[in-house]
Design a protein around this ligand. Structure first.
Ligand code: FUL
Length: 475
């Protein structure tokens, strides 16, 4: 076949042959390689929905940000049972867990030999407990990935703000990334600097967020010790903050991103135009997809007074549609209460949402899409018989990068094509609710794309609830 082709090509006059070759070379150059996910990012994309667990001394002092002088003696989760918590998350459909190994107050949920400010000085398990280990092991047992949050800001440590603290921070990161098996994500928070205990100094200490932490070398340590782990922060490098704590990505949401500082200069965690994280950048230089962290309650830590304010399954469905349904991941915080367990309003909401989502997908069907011969911007599918639906789920094959910047979905019924949905980006997953209708064929018309679009099979959703109101009001 190849030799036949070559033979015919050689029969073409040399000048035309050269012109064809030059044209091919120009065409190849005109489509520069787009940023695409690494293997570790592809694995992270598959997780979609994960649990964030805030737990520590704040749980016992009823605060959100401990000052750093709280006594470890307060920490006593007498009914603590990581296995039970992780089984709940698994049953709720979550695929990984990220635990606050250390929050801003500096209290460590593992017995770090480098500080007294940890579970080692608490009455829990007689001072011999290790919450990080219990969660890491339970996740492994139940098939969930496990990640850690190690707050860069430490309101307890006497050297915070000086080079000595950075040694401590690195050494703690090394402990977490060495002693607990595989870590799937390391979460670097942006809040940093302010007043605190600081070993008794009781002062305000501010740091220069651009220069204090040697981020490239901290990230290199993660790569060295846990090469498969993704690194989260305001600026990536693997996963970016979506720019709000309400749990939504933009309707337009690019996984490509070029973070910049508030002044347009170099960015750093806690020092970015973070609002741009909500949509990403169409021409972004790197693949840094968005993660939506949001709490199931008003606060990140457990407060009994917030029991009546726990989100209900419909709220969680709305969060899901605005995060996973908009090409982002949902990291839902479910704090532990003073027993060390998930409180009942939270577990009821998680399972209620799980049930709703299952109902939506149970009645859905996957349909193959084929590019129309000669027109790679129109993807068509035909069914055996007319089919009813009230939602569509589209998906790009993101191994080729994120390409689609404008699309519409059309349905064929009664002899005409009608547009039923339209939008900008698709990415890994895009869910759009539409008024109920029947169609004998569906097609997706891509209006704007970086090179050829690569669509995966789509899903027709048959949602047994009226969810439209959920999407009317933007937060
Ligand atoms: C923020 C922190 O200040 C909050 O306490 C919480 O941990 C949230 C996830 O990140 O920046």
């Amino acid at each position: 076949m190849w030799s036949l082709w070559l033979h015919s090509f050689m029969t073409i006059p040399p000048t035309i042959r050269t012109a064809i070759l030059l044209w091919c070379a120009a065409a190849a150059q005109a489509q520069p390689a787009l940023p695409a996910p690494s293997d570790r990012q592809l694995a992270w994309h598959e997780l979609e929905y994960s649990a964030f667990v805030h737990f520590g001394l704040n749980t016992y002092t009823d605060r959100e940000w401990g000052y750093g002088d709280e006594s470890p003696a307060l920490f006593n989760p007498v009914e603590s049972d990581a296995d039970r918590v992780v089984r709940l998350f698994r049953d709720a459909g979550m695929r990984s867990v990220i635990l606050t190994a250390k929050h801003h107050d500096g209290f460590c949920l593992w017995p770090s030999p480098l500080t007294e400010h940890s579970v080692r000085k608490s009455p829990w398990r007689g001072g011999s407990g290790d919450m990080v280990r219990e969660f890491a092991d339970a996740c492994r047992r139940h098939g969930l990935k496990f990640g850690v949050y190690l707050s860069p800001w430490d309101r307890h440590h006497s050297e915070y703000g000086r080079p000595e603290y950075l040694e401590y921070y690195r050494a703690q990161l090394r402990e977490l990334l060495t002693n607990y098996g595989e870590i799937s994500e390391v979460w670097f928070d942006g809040a940093n600097g302010g007043d605190g205990y600081y070993g008794g100094a009781r002062k305000t200490r501010t740091i220069d967020r651009r220069t204090y932490y040697p981020w490239p070398s901290i990230w290199a340590l993660v790569r060295e010790l846990q090469p498969q782990a993704v690194i989260f922060s305001d600026v990536g490098p693997d996963v970016r903050w979506v720019g709000n704590e309400q749990g939504y990505a933009g309707e337009t949401n690019w996984s490509t991103y070029s973070p910049v500082g508030p002044d347009g200069g170099a960015p750093a965690p806690g020092h970015t135009r973070y609002l741009e994280g909500t949509e990403g950048h169409r021409d972004g230089a790197a693949w840094i997809p968005a993660e939506c962290d949001v709490s199931i309650r008003p606060g990140w830590f457990y407060h009994a007074a917030e029991d009546p304010l726990v989100k209900i399954p419909l709220d969680l469905m709305q969060l899901y549609l605005r995060s996973v349904g908009r090409n982002a991941a949902l990291l839902l915080n479910v704090p532990l209460d003073r027993r060390g367990l998930v409180a009942s309003p939270d577990s009821a909401a998680l399972m209620g949402f799980r049930w709703m989502l299952a109902e939506c997908y149970e009645r859905s069907s996957e349909i193959a899409l084929h590019p129309e011969p000669g027109i790679d911007s129109v993807w068509t599918s035909a069914f055996d018989q007319p089919s009813g639906f009230n939602g569509v789920e589209l998906s790009e094959d993101i191994r080729f990068g994120q390409r689609v910047g404008e699309f519409r979905v059309e349905a064929w019924a009664d002899g005409v094509w009608t547009t039923v949905a339209s939008g900008t980006t698709i990415g890994r997953k895009r869910i759009i609710l539409v008024p109920s209708r029947m169609a004998a064929q569906i097609r997706v018309v891509v209006g704007r794309s970086f090179g050829t679009s690569h669509l995966r099979p789509m899903r027709l959703l048959r949602i047994p609830y009226d969810l439209h109101d959920l999407l009317v009001v933007e937060p």
